[in-house]
Design a protein around this ligand. Structure first.
Ligand SMILES: NC(=O)c1ccc[n+]([C@@H]2O[C@H](COP(=O)([O-])OP(=O)(O)OC[C@H]3O[C@@H](n4cnc5c(N)ncnc54)[C@H](O)[C@@H]3O)[C@@H](O)[C@H]2O)c1
Length: 307
């Protein structure tokens, strides 16, 4: 059995990863619970294969491990913008501390990077070779630039110390264990629709997003960790929807009485988002299998239970 550390393990993606990895491994979940929730990991707390440690990765830690998945960073703009300096420290000090740990124990380390490294992209769809169009000083830069810097630190540890790195550039993912107050598009729309509240569209709603269901994403992360790919790899679902279409699908699926209301587009909100996943397809034999239809049904059932 491997000992696998999951930083950010009580969060949305982290807890889904814990669920999958605990079957065949010892899982150590580190989390400062800033956006994570103990409820996400309660099912595993009794397991002899699971250990939770409340810890902030901006501080060093020493645990003997074989693999590290670093997911520790708030992912939703409303959360990462609450304390931008802490967000930057989480990405930059956090990955430095975890890379030191990986170096000490000769462990593999996977960084949850993001499509936000492409910023408001001028290339569409986004390939890994695209350098991005990120505003250095905007409200999103604490997240975007923190993640870009984390990739650079990963790259340098690989070059200088031959640390076995994996970089997943994750595109919008949704599903079970998202928080009610998460503030991302799918969870916002579902909550508003289930409560028959107005559905808030920012801008004209013609901006696009592509949504990956969490189970597909988790399979992609595990395949990437098992591979030998040390360069960044896009993981996401390439099927693109406008925000408007997304809202209409959710209203119809929830039989909601909600009306659409339009508000100003936030600064630097990306206009288009669609991963080019040819690298993941070819090198990992991975592509998403779960349709938006099925993924939304699962996610709506989950939110019905928790609200
Ligand atoms: N979900 C997505 O669509 C998406 C897209 C791109 C990238 N990502 C990346 O994947 C990772 C997980 O995202 P998520 O959607 O599960 O978000 P999340 O906010 O649900 O999870 C992040 C977890 O990390 C913890 N955390 C934050 N800062 C920490 C710190 N300094 N020390 C210890 N724990 C800390 C939080 O408490 C939370 O449990 C993030 O790094 C995010 O940037 C997610």
């Amino acid at each position: 059995m491997k000992t696998i550390l999951i930083a950010g393990g009580a969060g949305f993606l982290g807890s889904n990863l814990c669920k999958k990895l605990i079957k065949d491994n010892i899982v150590i979940c580190l989390d400062n619970l800033i956006t994570g929730n103990m409820a996400n990991i309660i099912p595993y707390l009794e397991s002899p294969n699971f250990k939770f440690i409340k810890h902030d990765i901006i501080n060093p830690i020493d645990i003997e491990i074989d693999e590290i998945y670093n997911l520790a960073c708030p992912a939703s703009p409303i959360h990462y913008q609450k304390d931008p300096i802490h967000t930057l420290k989480s990405s930059v000090f956090g990955i430095y501390n975890l890379l030191e740990l990986a170096k000490k124990y000769n462990a593999k380390i996977l960084q949850a990077s993001t499509s936000e490294v492409y910023g408001n992209p001028l290339e569409h769809p986004q390939k890994e070779s695209y350098f991005g169009n990120v505003n250095i000083n905007g409200p999103r830069s604490c997240y975007d630039e923190g993640k870009r810097c984390a990739e650079s630190i990963m790259y340098e540890y690989n070059k200088q110390y031959n640390t076995q790195i994996r970089i997943a550039r994750i595109f919008n993912t949704y599903g079970k264990n998202m928080q009610k107050d998460d503030g991302r598009v799918i969870s916002n729309f579902i909550i508003q629709a289930l409560k028959n509240e107005d559905i808030t569209i920012y801008g004209d709603g013609l901006q696009t997003r592509s949504y990956c269901y969490v189970d597909d994403l988790i399979d992609g992360l595990i395949k990437l960790m098992a591979s030998n790919i040390t360069t960044p790899t896009n993981l996401g679902n390439p099927i693109e929807y406008t925000i408007l279409k997304t809202a209409k699908i959710i209203i119809s699926k929830t039989n909601s009485q909600s009306k659409l209301i339009f508000k100003n587009l936030p600064i630097d909100d990306p206009q288009k988002r669609k991963p080019d996943i040819s690298k993941a397809k070819k090198e990992l034999n991975w592509e998403p299998k779960i349709s938006l239809n099925e993924g939304l049904d699962n996610t709506i059932s989950y939110f019905k239970e928790i609200i």
